[in-house]
Design a protein around this ligand. Structure first.
Ligand SMILES: [Zn+2]
Length: 499
């Protein structure tokens, strides 16, 4: 029985598992069956493949055609399989040599006239085609994105005819070689922020150890301005991290942004964002804001205004660095290892604690407002700090702040120490690792015990103090945690009592 086998890929999360397209031509009345797809999808795929073959003057065989897509449990946006199915029909019916399909993978939606249209997830597919050691034939519009996978052999095509001419060696397609890679986008500089020395210091500690931060202060104190500059002081992305970030974008609704290559993500969703927009979702699960912030920063301004369920949903990724999205029978996992920066006013009107005494909020309202971020989420935030209104003298002073590049060089050194010592940032140290890596000197130990008793710190808070103190010591280039490092870390828990 004539049989052709074509390699392609599905999409699940940011993985692109291999799909084998087997096309059999058998005796019997003419028919066209596709096994392994939902009915509605099958109808559309059959129409497109049949029309494309007819339009390009190939013969649509008047035989019993059976297409088997293995494994059967495929994600449903399967139009990417049009091109491999059409090629399988051509090979099984003798219009194309079956062996010409070997060594290649194919993906592309077909128009009724046989043009090849762009598909989602090209980078994810290209990365895995590269690992499989095969060339990847895909829509020309997807080539720049796919070529980010260095070393992948990318053959861009515009039509079914071009693909066939390549496979028959009549008109071989040149490998795509242009690269979208460019120097990373640079963030606004910290030297533009006057004053706020203590807040900047806290952000440096947070950057050094990967700690999440909550900034509490009245409107107009520059919380958003500080947050927008924060990704700039983080170390540059590694090659592998940049690829992961790009792969997530490539399967997202907004699509891959070439200008963002190599840049640490900075996502600042509005507090009205839905649960699906934040954590991901949809029938064909797509990544949400927390995954688009992977290896970067998730900034949540006006934290108490976010939906309670949305805040609850942040707990899993804050611990595990991943999010699972279940939809019907299918489950998708997306990476979500982000650094959380959050900001809020001290009270609903924003002026609680200000010298001008303009706040008229009742203590009950203030407690309710802060209560919205209390509990497990607040507990997972290592650093909480007040962002006071800048003094007038600071605002009119002509001195610029310290530039981003100088702060980043200290952060980079602190990261190097952590990765050499423990292979991960301090914020991710587990309890037993804390015992091993967060040794304190005698004064530090005494201060910590004293603070424990005085501030009634929970065991969890105690470990958080040690993790942050470890980062402070790393910034100072010290092996052992001293009292001054503990003292600074305790400062960052002072607001705990009000949450
Ligand atoms: Zn108020």
């Amino acid at each position: 029985m004539p049989l052709a086998i074509v390699a392609s890929r599905a999409l699940s999360g940011i993985e692109a598992p291999e799909v084998t397209v087997e096309v059999h031509l058998g005796p019997g009345l003419p028919a066209f069956h596709i096994v392994g797809l939902p009915d509605a999808e099958v109808r559309e795929a059959k129409d497109r493949v049949r029309a494309a073959l007819n339009h390009t003057h190939f013969e649509f065989p008047a035989r019993r055609i059976t297409v088997n897509l293995a494994p059967a449990d495929l994600p449903k946006d399967s139009s990417r399989l049009d091109l491999p199915i059409a090629l399988g029909v051509l090979a099984a019916s003798g219009q194309l040599a079956p062996e010409s399909l070997a060594g290649c993978e194919f993906a592309g939606e077909l128009s009724l006239t046989g043009e090849v249209r762009e598909v989602r997830g090209a980078l994810a597919m290209a990365l895995q085609a590269r690992s499989a050691g095969r060339a990847f034939i895909l829509p020309a519009g997807n080539a720049p994105q796919a070529a980010l996978a260095e070393g992948a052999r990318i053959l861009p095509v515009r039509s079914l005819l071009e693909v066939v001419a390549h496979l028959t060696r009549e008109a071989p397609i040149a490998e795509y070689s242009a690269s979208l890679r460019r120097s990373p986008f640079s963030y606004p500089d910290f030297d533009e922020v006057k004053g706020q020395q203590q807040v900047k210091r806290a952000l440096e500690v947070a950057a050094a150890g990967g700690h999440s931060v909550l900034m509490v202060g009245p409107p107009g104190t520059g919380k958003s301005m500080l947050a927008a500059r924060f990704p700039g002081i983080l170390p540059p992305l590694s090659e592998a991290q940049a690829l992961e970030v790009a792969a997530i974008q490539s399967v997202s609704s907004a699509g891959f942004e070439a200008a963002q290559w190599g840049t640490r993500p900075f996502r600042a969703p509005h507090h009205s964002a839905s649960g699906a927009a934040m954590v991901g979702g949809g029938n064909l699960p797509r990544p949400g804001e927390i995954s688009l912030a992977h290896h970067g920063v998730l900034f949540l301004d006006e934290l108490p205004e976010f939906d309670r369920n949305v805040l609850e949903a942040l707990r899993e990724p804050l611990e595990s660095g991943r999010i699972s999205i279940a939809r019907a029978a299918r489950q998708a996992q997306f990476p979500a290892r982000f650094q959380l920066l959050a900001a809020m006013n001290p009270c609903p009107c924003g002026h609680c604690g200000s010298a001008a005494g303009r706040c008229r909020c009742t203590p009950e309202r203030i407690a309710r407002y802060r209560g919205r971020v209390s509990g497990p989420l607040a507990d997972r935030i290592d650093i909480k700090l007040e962002v006071p209104a800048p003094r007038e003298a600071e605002l009119i002073a002509p001195v610029a702040g310290e530039p981003t590049a100088e702060i980043r060089s200290r952060v980079v050194s602190a990261w190097a120490l952590q990765f050499e010592r423990q292979g991960k940032p301090n914020a991710l140290l587990e309890t037993r690792e804390i015992d091993r890596h967060c040794a304190t000197d005698r004064d530090g130990d005494r201060l910590l015990r004293h603070a424990l008793a005085r501030l009634l710190l929970s065991a969890r808070a105690y470990h958080r103090v040690l993790r942050v103190a470890r980062s402070v010591a790393d910034l100072a280039g010290r092996t052992t945690i001293a009292a001054e490092h503990i003292a600074e870390a305790i400062q960052y828990r002072r607001l705990d009592a009000s949450f």
